[in-house]
Design a protein around this ligand. Structure first.
Ligand code: GFB
Length: 312
C-alpha cells in the first residue's frame, strides 16, 4: 500500500474498523474511503455492486460484520449466519470484479473446534465440532476464509484471512446482553459501583479461559500483514496469554474500583472452555502485541465513561 493508495475500510465505525482507521491515518495514508451503514447496506448486493463500481478501491479491510457475545450469538443464530455470509460474499465478490489489489478478511478464534488442542494452531481448522453457542457465526467466518482461498485459487486474487482472538478496546459495544464478556463486565461492575450494590453477577462458572487483544494492537498487526503477508489459509492474531473469566472479573473489579462481591450465575452458558491461539506464524513475521491487559482495561474503562456518561 502506498500513502495515496485508495483504501476502503468496511466497518470503519466498529471497534476493529476504527482501530484500523486510526492506524492508517497515523501512518500517513491520505486516501481512505469509508461508508456508514446508513449510506450502504453491505448485505445488499446491488448497493455493494454500485459502490465498488464507482469507487474502485485498491485495498479493502473487510472489518464489517455482525458481532456479539455468547448470548447474542446463541439468541440471534439466523442473523449471525445470514448477515455475515451476505456481507463477506458481497464484498469479496465485488473486490474480485473490480480488481482490488489486496483484501483482508477478519475471522475469529471461534472458528476452531470446541475442544481443539491448546494453544490452537491454524491447521486445526475443521478438525472437530464447533462450540454450539456460536456455530452459526463460526460457519459464516469459515465460509469467508474459504471464499478468500477460492478466489485466490481460481482468479489469483490476493485475499488474506486473519483470525483475531477475543478483542477489546475503544468503541467497543457495551450492550448489557449482547456485548462480549470484557465490555459487559466493565459496564456491569461500573453500575454496581455507582449504585453501591453489594454484589455483581458474572455469567457462567468463571472457569472458562479467554485470551484478549487490544484493538489497536490488532490494527498494528493488520497493517504489517497488509504490507508483507500474501498467503492462502489463515493467520492467528492473539496476545498469547489467557486467563479465567473469574480472574478477568477480579481484574475489572480492581480497575473499576468496586469493592463488592462477585457471584457466578451458572444458568448462563460457559461456551468454549478455552481458546488460546498459537501465535507462532505471526511471531515469525516479527510482530508482538504491546498493550498489557490491565492497562488496556483501564483505557477501555475511560473510553466507556467518556461515551456513556449517563449509565447508572
Ligand atoms: O466474549 P464472550 O461473550 O464470548 O465470553 P466467547 C463468554 C464467556 O464469558 C463465557 C462469560 O464463559 C461467559 O459465561 N461471561 C461472564 C460473560 N459474564 C459475562 C457477560 O456479562 N457477558 C458475556 N458476553 N459473557 C465469542 C463468540 O465467544 O468470542 C463470538 O460468541 C466471537 O462470536 C468472540 O467469536 C471472539 O468468547 O465465549
Amino acid at each position: 500500500m502506498e500513502k495515496h493508495s485508495k483504501i476502503y475500510i468496511a466497518g470503519h465505525r466498529g471497534m476493529v474498523g476504527s482501530a484500523v482507521h486510526r492506524k492508517l491515518i497515523a501512518e500517513g495514508f491520505t486516501n481512505i474511503i469509508t461508508r456508514t451503514s446508513q449510506e450502504i447496506d453491505l448485505r445488499n448486493q446491488k448497493e455493494v455492486f454500485d459502490f465498488f463500481n464507482s469507487e474502485k478501491p485498491e485495498y479493502v479491510f473487510l472489518a464489517a460484520a455482525k458481532v456479539g457475545g455468547i448470548l447474542a450469538n446463541n439468541t440471534f443464530r439466523a442473523d449471525f449466519i445470514y448477515e455475515n455470509l451476505m456481507i463477506e460474499s458481497n464484498i469479496i465478490h465485488h473486490s474480485y470484479l473490480n480488481q482490488v489489489k489486496k483484501l483482508m478478511f477478519f475471522g475469529s478464534s471461534c472458528i476452531y473446534p470446541r475442544m481443539a488442542p491448546q494453544p490452537i494452531k491454524e491447521d486445526y481448522l475443521l478438525t472437530g465440532v464447533l462450540e454450539d453457542t456460536n456455530e452459526p457465526y463460526a460457519i459464516a467466518k469459515i465460509a469467508g476464509i474459504k471464499l478468500c482461498d477460492a478466489y485466490r485459487a481460481q482468479y489469483k486474487c490476493n485475499f488474506i484471512s486473519v483470525m483475531p482472538t477475543n478483542m477489546y478496546g475503544l468503541n467497543d459495544n457495551y450492550h448489557p446482553q449482547n456485548a462480549h464478556v470484557l465490555p459487559a463486565l466493565i459496564r456491569r461492575i461500573h453500575e454496581a459501583k455507582i449504585n453501591h450494590t453489594s454484589e455483581v453477577m458474572v455469567w457462567g462458572s468463571g472457569s472458562p479461559r479467554r485470551e484478549f487483544l487490544y484493538a489497536d494492537d490488532l490494527a498494528d498487526a493488520c497493517f504489517m500483514l497488509m504490507q508483507n503477508y500474501n498467503e492462502p489459509g489463515l493467520i492467528n492474531i492473539g496476545s498469547g496469554v489467557d486467563l479465567s473469566i473469574k480472574d478477568l472479573a477480579q481484574l475489572v473489579k480492581r480497575v473499576v474500583g468496586f469493592d463488592g462481591e462477585l457471584k457466578f450465575d451458572t444458568t448462563k452458558p460457559d461456551g468454549t472452555p478455552r481458546k488460546l491461539m498459537d501465535n507462532t506464524k505471526l511471531k515469525n513475521l516479527g510482530w508482538e502485541p504491546k498493550m498489557k491487559l490491565d492497562e488496556g482495561i483501564e483505557k477501555s474503562y475511560q473510553d466507556f465513561l467518556s461515551k456513556h456518561p449517563n449509565v447508572n
